[in-house]
Design a protein around this ligand. Structure first.
Ligand SMILES: *[C@@H]1O[C@H](CO)[C@@H](O)[C@H](O)[C@H]1NC(C)=O
Ligand SMILES: *[C@@H]1O[C@H](CO)[C@@H](O)[C@H](O)[C@H]1NC(C)=O
Ligand SMILES: *[C@@H]1O[C@H](CO)[C@@H](O)[C@H](O)[C@H]1NC(C)=O
Length: 319
């Protein structure tokens, strides 16, 4: 009899211990109020200030540790280049700043899961080391890197435009770092301002701290490249309405347009090229693994950017 109780007490103790941690399916309190006739909410640590988006499920409700492990199953294999660096907790922690703004919290469950898959599809393709006949298949190797290996330059633009606002720090290199690599002093400068981190003087933080490595990538996803333009998030979730110019340029809301915003003519408007198909393949693979299914990705006109004219043509390699 006494032993039974002891067992039960142990189980309860274990459950309580787990409950205090970042655990799938944890109970959360949703606080609701009405501001100017609109319902806004906040949800604990993950969606910490009042916003309409925090009334919806949060990312950790829809995307859990085991799914992160499935998507990035080879990242800690001995031949990977950032073993032990990336983890689920860093991704969720990094998203806290942007969930109240709609990242992964817009449009209801299926749109939310598609956006997570789309964002991570960019991440996976940009950080993969899975080529050809890699074990597990070439798509299983996302988050293999956290920085550019053997950079050919230090990516310091000290032209008049940037030398006063974002001067390169002595000895600092601004090569690609993070879950969607950022390059150049001015990009480290802009993202550092947004995240309130001195990345201009400490660009290395992006590849030394996985939360920051994800934060810079989410910033890139949520922020227009130029004022007046949509962000990748906006074109994906349907916040953006194409103008006639956009329609003439074959730019339609969807995954294809996210590649257009992030990589311009490096990837888009070049027909069915490998670098574009590689990003799409990661997105579709993740949709399948997350249980959403690739058929939810929509038709090729919105999935691809093979025929799209770029929003921001890139003349030299300055992004
Ligand atoms: C929250 O989810 C519902 C569907 O569950 C959706 O209709 C609504 O647009 C979402 N809210 C926001 C702010 O996107
Ligand atoms: C990583 O960065 C986050 C966000 O700036 C910070 O809160 C955290 O303390 C950092 N972790 C370490 C180990 O420095
Ligand atoms: C549309 O395209 C034309 C011709 O390229 C250009 O002159 C005009 O400024 C564009 N309009 C907008 C709103 O971008």
């Amino acid at each position: 009899m006494g032993q039974q109780w002891l067992k039960l007490a142990l189980i309860v103790a274990v459950l309580v211990a787990l409950g205090g941690d970042l655990v799938d399916g944890e109970e959360k309190t949703i606080l609701v109020k009405t501001v100017k006739g609109k319902k806004v909410c906040s949800q604990g640590w993950e969606c910490p200030y009042y916003s309409q988006f925090c009334c919806n499920q949060t990312i950790s409700d829809l995307f859990q540790t085991y799914q992160f492990e499935n998507l990035f199953s080879k990242r800690n294999s001995p031949v990977a280049h950032a073993v032990g660096f990336w983890d689920y907790r860093s991704f969720i922690t990094a998203s806290i700043m942007y969930q109240p703004l709609g990242f992964g919290t817009t449009g209801g469950k299926y749109m939310q899961m598609r956006e997570i898959a789309a964002f991570l599809g960019h991440v996976g393709s940009k950080t993969s080391c899975g080529y050809g006949v890699a074990t597990g298949g070439p798509l299983a190797w996302g988050l293999c890197y956290n920085k550019e290996e053997s950079p050919m330059q230090s990516y310091c633009d000290d032209s008049d435009k940037y030398k006063l606002i974002f001067p390169c720090a002595p000895g600092a290199d601004y090569y690609g770092r993070g879950a969607i690599p950022i390059y150049w002093n001015f990009n480290y400068g802009y993202v550092g301002e947004a995240l309130k981190l001195d990345l201009l003087n400490h660009p290395e933080w992006v590849s030394e701290n996985a939360t920051i490595g994800f934060q810079t990538a989410i910033w890139r996803w949520m922020t227009p490249i130029k004022e007046g333009q949509p962000s990748a998030h906006d074109v994906f979730v349907g916040n953006w309405k194409p103008t006639k110019n956009d329609t003439d340029a074959k730019r339609a809301p969807g995954f294809g347009a996210t590649m257009n915003i992030m990589y311009g003519n490096l990837v888009c408007g070049q027909g069915d090229i490998d670098s574009m198909n590689n990003i799409i393949s990661h997105y579709l693979y993740y949709l399948d693994l997350m249980g959403v299914g690739r058929e939810m990705a929509g038709p090729n006109e919105v999935l691809s950017c093979a025929e799209q004219k770029p929003f921001n043509p890139i003349e030299s390699s300055t992004t």
